[in-house]
Design a protein around this ligand. Structure first.
Ligand SMILES: [Zn+2]
Length: 274
């Protein structure tokens, strides 16, 4: 009996310190990791980082921060599957034509480009091989693409930008049996799966929704006349169905995780920036 206790104590003594460097990170969020653990993980064991980017702007009857909350929830859901850490979200974006609405904040293109560029460069400098930007706001896309190209070339790092609502166009049509919209069925369902307490169907009226200019460029309103902008006339109204919300959330994240994993596999196979 005494011998067993001694052996057990010796085992704990020998392997205890190793347990502190177990193969499972204590968290995947860069905000929560201490520098020592981060250094143990990156780049030796983890080569991929997810960077959610969003905006603060009106979204029908769902949170103003929807464009940040959605990709942040997505990052938490897929990080383990794609072997990634999660960088803190870029909560502000460019939303000039919605800036007039209560609670909205828009930053200039120049400021956004410099900010995004510095963050991407730093993530590359920390040793990440793959920077995966999960973008939640269409107004950011053009600048993010441009900056990503520059940083990728300069830092020899792989950068992949996902505009989730466009990627899952077919899933939106399959789940809702119609097209989506800004703050429409698709975004409302996704965010209902994340923060149901902050979705307000009691404030909703169908008249709040209006179609986007069709054909594209047919008209331009500044500020936009409403924040629920239907991709197609007569389609995309929020449904507020919790079961549908959960189903949509799952399907969207599965698609995004699959795409990210595939992109990394292809880069590896091509031998780019190994
Ligand atoms: Zn949005």
């Amino acid at each position: 009996m005494k011998k067993t206790v001694l052996v057990l104590a010796a085992t704990l003594f020998l392997f205890g310190p190793l347990a502190a460097q177990s193969s499972v990170p204590t968290t995947r969020e860069m905000n929560l990791l201490c520098w020592q653990e981060f250094g143990e993980l990156v780049p030796t064991r983890i080569k991929t980082v997810l960077l959610p980017t969003g905006s603060l702007e009106p979204h029908g009857v769902i949170p103003n921060g929807t464009d940040s909350l959605a990709p942040e929830a997505m990052a938490r859901d897929i990080a383990e599957r794609v072997g990634a850490l999660i960088a803190p979200t870029l909560n502000y974006g460019m939303t000039a034509d919605m800036k007039a609405y209560p609670g909205a904040v828009s930053i200039s293109k120049d400021a956004y480009a410099l900010f995004a560029e510095d963050i991407m460069e730093n993530l590359a400098g920390q040793g990440f091989q793959n920077i995966i930007i999960l973008n939640g706001h269409g107004g950011n896309t053009a600048v993010l693409n441009e900056v990503a190209g520059r940083v990728s070339n300069d830092c020899r790092v792989r950068i992949f930008i996902v505009n989730w609502w466009t990627l899952v166009d077919d899933i939106t049509k399959a789940v809702f049996k119609q097209n989506g919209g800004h703050a429409g069925n698709n975004e409302t369902a996704y965010i209902q799966a994340v923060v149901p307490a902050h979705v307000h169907p009691e404030r909703y009226r169908p008249e709040m929704a209006a179609p986007l200019a069709a054909p594209a460029g047919a008209f331009y309103a500044h500020p936009v006349t409403t924040s629920i902008l239907l991709y197609e006339k007569g389609q995309g109204y929020p449904t507020f169905d919790p079961a549908q919300a959960k189903d949509y959330f799952r399907k969207v994240n599965d698609r995004v995780a699959g795409l990210v994993a595939e992109a990394i596999k292809q880069w590896d196979a091509a031998g780019i920036y190994r």
